[in-house]
Design a protein around this ligand. Structure first.
Ligand code: FE2
Ligand code: FE2
Length: 252
């Protein structure tokens, strides 16, 4: 993990966690072969950008990744509209079923042991994460996913987040990093989902929730989002070349 500041050089980014360079490349302000001795501050200055925004985008990528939870290969090949539908039908619907049950079970466990501060923190942490995730799902379904479906169909879709996928993706990656931190805390509070031993149903559901959410975020971070950025870049190139007639914006 790097100490990221405006003084960090691109070479240091190249030697840090690989996701850092993926994020930087997705912005289009640095390409292979460009001067890697520049600092983030110098690079942003040359493009008239605020380095604070780039640092915010880089922060979630500044982590050493754990072993991948699944083989991402099939999701790099699946047609983008099918991939988005898969995420909605499997993971978004799944979360909407798990969250109320998880809130009820953690509240029950905390109520049964009022002197246990760990269970109170778990109940509150699950409540807060549930609220954040419900807003996150809506943000993806109402803004980012319609844009991705539009890109796949060659149509510009303007949403409440504009019509470029980079902005909402940076927000979504930031939410994912916060959710990952919350999962780590849930593990600590339950001794790796083993305590209290009497709360078997809660621990089983926590394990299932943790696994599903990690898979969900991994598929989005490692396959859906980079593919959406690439689709946007290709669409812009096609439009510049005049290969695709510009279409009126559709509002999602
Ligand atoms: Fe999602
Ligand atoms: Fe997400």
């Amino acid at each position: 993990m790097l100490n990221l500041t405006a003084q960090t050089t691109i070479r240091e980014l190249q030697e840090g966690p690989p996701a850092l360079m993926q994020v930087l490349s997705s912005t289009g302000i640095f390409r292979d072969g460009d001067d890697a001795s520049l600092t983030i501050g110098q690079l942003c200055l040359s493009w008239g950008l605020n380095p604070g925004i780039l640092l915010m985008m880089l922060r979630p990528a500044n982590v050493v990744k754990a072993a991948p939870p699944l083989d991402i290969g099939p999701f790099l090949r699946m047609p983008l509209p099918d991939f988005v539908t898969h995420i909605e039908e499997v993971y978004h619907a799944g979360l909407r079923g798990q969250l109320p049950r998880l809130q009820a079970l953690t509240a029950e466990a905390a109520g049964a042991a009022p002197d246990d501060p760990r269970l109170a923190e778990l109940r509150d942490g699950v409540g807060q994460l549930a609220e954040e995730l419900i807003a996150h799902l809506a943000h993806e379904e109402e803004a980012l996913f319609p844009m991705i479906r539009g890109l796949a169909a060659g149509t510009v879709v303007a949403t409440r987040c504009g019509s470029a996928v980079g902005g909402p993706i940076a927000c979504m990656e930031n939410d994912h990093a916060l959710a990952e931190r919350a999962l780590l805390r849930f593990r600590e509070l339950t001794d790796d989902y083993s305590a209290p031993s009497g709360a078997g149903a809660m621990l089983d559901l926590l394990r299932e929730f943790d696994r599903d959410l990690r898979e969900h975020m991994y598929k989005e971070n490692e396959a859906l989002f980079p593919r959406a950025v690439e689709a946007q870049r290709e669409a812009a190139q096609r439009q510049q070349a005049g290969a695709v007639p510009s279409r009126p914006a559709q509002f999602a």
